[in-house]
Design a protein around this ligand. Structure first.
Ligand code: CP
Length: 352
């Protein structure tokens, strides 16, 4: 059975995930064959945070499938500015549409939205937590460029603390056999412990280094990320991290001929423009694979056109999650929910 919502890519079995990836590859070869796959379907894109690729690739995907779109990219132009809750916005929009994509700066916002929606909800990025459709994009890209998603040495560089793309990517790539990770970051912006624990439990290995140069010769994939200015508590803390990692032609010379350089984009200064001409730079192709990946996902999630009656679970406890960026800190009506993990219970919204 395919999932109802896509909040975390780990909701899919590897077979289901590969099924979506296979479909994305088929769509990329023959996009016009799918030009009426979502005729009469309407998608809402609720973007509470800025976006170019995710928002517009979702919109392009639905339009290329013959569907239609409504939505917003600035909540200040909607009743959110008058204090409308996430629950109320989602309940209304899920009545109007067949599928919702949501990006929100708060961790767990997409899961919260899914509790009140009559239609499938896709997480288009929830704060510094997860970005599952970026990971789907990355996997479709790896499949097309390297022909495999296992037995890879994957370097991740930059803001690994706040970068939701690398969190999602680690959680998924450690489910494929033989992958290992090299985390390249400052001490302050290292990969969160809970992600490292997930990797260890999967049987995969990771190492942590401070420079691109020491990792470069060993990598199959180098995943660059920007320093996430909007997630820092102060501008001074951001300035202290700015410009430390820059991939340039000199560093590319240390890489293997079959290296695949990816970046979820947008870039700030972490990849010099001179690298764009290197045949190992795949980050613009990656954005195109993102549209095909989202086309495949929309087809799968809208294949059942019945609306659901949302069932909000009963609270599992009465204390609030201690993560200050968790959606439950702001939308007080949300039930407090935990899920069990091998390390004990964690917040069902943000995993803290
Ligand atoms: N990769 C990504 O999420 O880009 P946007 O922020 O432009 O959507």
């Amino acid at each position: 059975m395919f999932v109802r919502d896509l909040i975390d890519l780990n909701q899919l079995s590897l077979d289901e995930l590969d099924d979506v990836v296979d479909m994305a590859c088929r769509i990329s070869s023959h996009p016009t064959h799918y030009s009426s796959a979502c005729r009469d379907k309407l998608m809402a894109t609720l973007f509470y945070e800025p976006s170019t690729r995710t928002q517009m690739s979702f919109q392009s995907a639905m339009l290329r499938l013959g569907g239609k779109i409504i939505g917003f990219d600035n909540p200040n132009g909607t009743s959110v500015a008058k204090g409308e809750s996430l629950k109320d916005t989602v309940m209304v929009l899920s009545g109007y549409t067949d599928i919702i994509t949501i990006r929100n700066p708060l961790e767990g916002a997409a899961f919260a939205a899914s509790l009140y929606s009559q239609v499938p909800v896709i997480n288009a990025g929830d704060g510094g937590h997860l970005h599952p459709t970026q990971t789907l994009t990355d996997i479709v890209t790896l499949r097309n460029v390297l022909g495999r998603t296992e037995n890879l040495v994957i370097g991740m560089c930059g803001d690994l603390k706040n970068g939701r793309t690398v969190h999602s990517l680690c959680k998924t790539m450690c489910r494929y056999g033989g992958n290992s990770f090299v985390f390249i970051s400052t001490e302050e912006l290292g990969m969160p412990q809970y992600i490292k624990d997930i990797i260890t439990r999967s049987g995969c290995k990771y190492t942590e280094v401070r420079t691109i140069e020491e990792a470069m010769p060993y990598l199959d994939v180098l995943y660059m990320t920007r320093i996430q200015r909007e997630r820092f508590d102060s501008f001074e803390e951001y300035k202290a991290q700015e410009g430390i990692y820059v991939l340039d032609e000199a560093k590319m010379k240390l890489g293997r001929p079959e290296l695949c350089v990816l970046h979820p984009l947008p870039r700030v200064d972490e990849i010099a423009y001179e690298v764009d001409d290197d045949p190992r730079a795949y980050y613009f192709k990656q954005t195109l694979y993102g549209m095909y990946a989202r086309m495949a996902l929309i087809i799968r999630l809208t294949s059942d056109s019945e609306k659901f009656i949302p069932k909000v679970p009963k609270p599992t406890h009465d204390f609030t999650c201690h993560n200050p960026k968790c959606i439950t800190q702001f939308e007080k009506y949300l039930p407090h929910l935990t899920v069990e993990t091998p390390d004990g219970p964690v917040c069902a919204y943000c995993e803290h």
